[in-house]
Design a protein around this ligand. Structure first.
Ligand SMILES: CC(=O)SCCNC(=O)CCNC(=O)[C@H](O)C(C)(C)COP(=O)(O)OP(=O)(O)OC[C@H]1O[C@@H](n2cnc3c(N)ncnc32)[C@H](O)[C@@H]1OP(=O)(O)O
Length: 409
């Protein structure tokens, strides 16, 4: 049975989206959320697989700009809304969509494709590597106290209605994007996702609350969170469920975390998807009382190896020949000379002998500077062909600021 793969038409969106929702369990979203995803869907960049008149496969690609080491905002297809009907699974529908999609991304001139995976096992075969990790945490605030840096008490916190200060919060977010590899500049409408607050998804917690951090009347950070009240025989046992927290400086960061850890009638703070290097981890009195679960986050695929590698900078001088294997996108296969430093880079095809050999998947993992080539080599996934090349490249590819993607998509 052959399915027909075609670009999504506006009129087909409802059936297309229903296939996606069903593949994720079939629980309908609120009307507001559905309408927002419809608005955010770029139909010209989306694919549907059809069996006669029935939609059996979906895949989209947001037109993102991704911050890479050095601060450039590089076009990256944000692969999303991937699903195949359970009636048609494991017959190659996903593979056909990934084939068409990566060909499209290449034709659009976007050097990168990125995604957050429902299951990490799916996308490696298509050349994606895990490029960022994040931390989920649960802090026992009955036992943990924060030692905060100087200036924390100068930060003023106030409750505000989340929608009223959306523009202010977005301005804070926008200032952070260039400084952190892995962050994505907002596309229009995306900011409203952060305000979606259907009661059905709160799991008994309060409506969304927002606290703005200010210094001298200027916004320097914000936190959005919910409170899940709870009691047992010994008294209050509420949980603070953090949704977003962004701060422009260490004092604002500390003020917001101290506030969240200190709310009366709560004994726990939970936060998902936080950066691996977040400063609060070094302020707490007892790190063992803060469970830290590290998870894969952004999966990165170099669609155009040369353009991608020269779009970022390198934290130390590097001059290496990479022998790249890319079975799914063979236009990348071959030897590439990468020359770079903290100011810029060039990457072009070469006939020179190789210093390192690896697949495009390892390049995707190392690309944002959060996974070291050295550790990939220790796993047998990168091979050193010239002595010293591995250390040289590992040091150069690393990023002082670990990459972080603050949200899924
Ligand atoms: C970026 C995102 O949107 S992530 C969201 C992904 N979607 C979901 O998880 C929703 C539920 N799952 C599904 O809709 C489907 O099962 C999909 C999309 C994951 C897979 O679709 P299928 O059409 O069954 O995949 P297809 O038949 O093309 O498989 C291609 C290869 O991937 C493998 N594969 C597919 N799904 C999985 C999986 N969940 N885990 C491990 N391997 C998988 C297949 O075995 C096959 O391997 P091979 O190349 O070695 O033969």
């Amino acid at each position: 049975m052959a399915t027909d793969l075609r670009v999504l038409r506006q009129d087909d969106w409802d059936e297309w989206y229903d296939n996606l929702i069903r593949a994720f369990g079939g629980i309908p979203e609120s009307a507001e959320e559905r309408a927002l995803w419809r608005e955010l869907t770029d139909t010209d960049r989306s694919l549907g697989a059809w069996d006669d008149d029935t939609c059996v496969g979906t895949a989209g690609a947001f037109a993102f700009r991704l911050t890479v080491p050095g601060g450039a905002a590089v076009p990256a297809a944000g692969v999303t809304m991937v699903s195949v009907a359970a009636t048609h699974r494991r017959r190659g529908v996903l593979r056909s969509m990934m084939r068409r999609q990566l060909d499209d991304v290449r034709s659009w001139g976007e050097p990168l494709a990125i995604l957050t995976a429902s299951e990490p096992e799916i996308y490696g075969r298509f050349g994606y590597g895990v490029g960022t990790y994040h931390v989920n945490t649960e802090i026992d605030t009955t036992r943990v106290r924060l030692s905060v840096p100087p200036g924390t008490d100068d930060v003023r916190l106030r409750y505000v209605a989340p929608a009223e200060v959306l523009g202010t919060c977005e301005a804070v977010y926008a200032r952070l994007v260039p400084g952190r590899p892995g962050m994505v500049a907002r596309i229009p409408g995306w900011e409203r996702l952060g305000l979606l607050d259907p009661e059905s998804e709160r799991e008994g917690a309060s409506p969304l609350q927002c606290v703005l951090a200010e210094r001298g009347g200027e916004a320097v950070g914000f936190a959005r969170f919910r409170i899940k009240a709870g009691w047992d025989a010994a008294g209050p046992k509420g949980t603070v469920v953090v949704q977003d927290l962004h701060a422009l400086d260490p004092a604002a960061h500390a003020a917001l975390w101290r506030f969240l850890c200190d709310i009366d009638l709560t004994s726990k703070v939970t936060a998902r998807g936080r950066p691996v290097d977040e400063a609060w981890q070094h302020m707490v009195s007892d790190i063992r009382r803060c469970s830290l679960l590290v998870r894969d986050s952004l999966h990165v695929r170099l669609v155009d190896v040369g353009a991608a590698l020269q779009a970022r900078t390198y934290q130390a001088p590097v001059d290496v020949v990479l022998d790249v294997e890319d079975t799914f996108c063979p236009w990348n296969t071959g030897r590439w000379r990468l020359t770079g430093d903290p100011k810029g880079a060039s990457c072009a095809r070469t006939e020179d002998s190789a210093d390192l050999s690896l697949t495009v998947r390892e390049l995707g993992s190392a690309y944002l500077g959060g996974v070291s080539l050295d550790s990939l080599a220790a796993a047998g996934r990168v091979h050193e062909l010239r002595q010293g090349a591995l250390t040289e490249a590992s040091v150069a590819f690393a990023s002082t600021v670990p990459p972080w993607l603050p949200h899924g998509f």
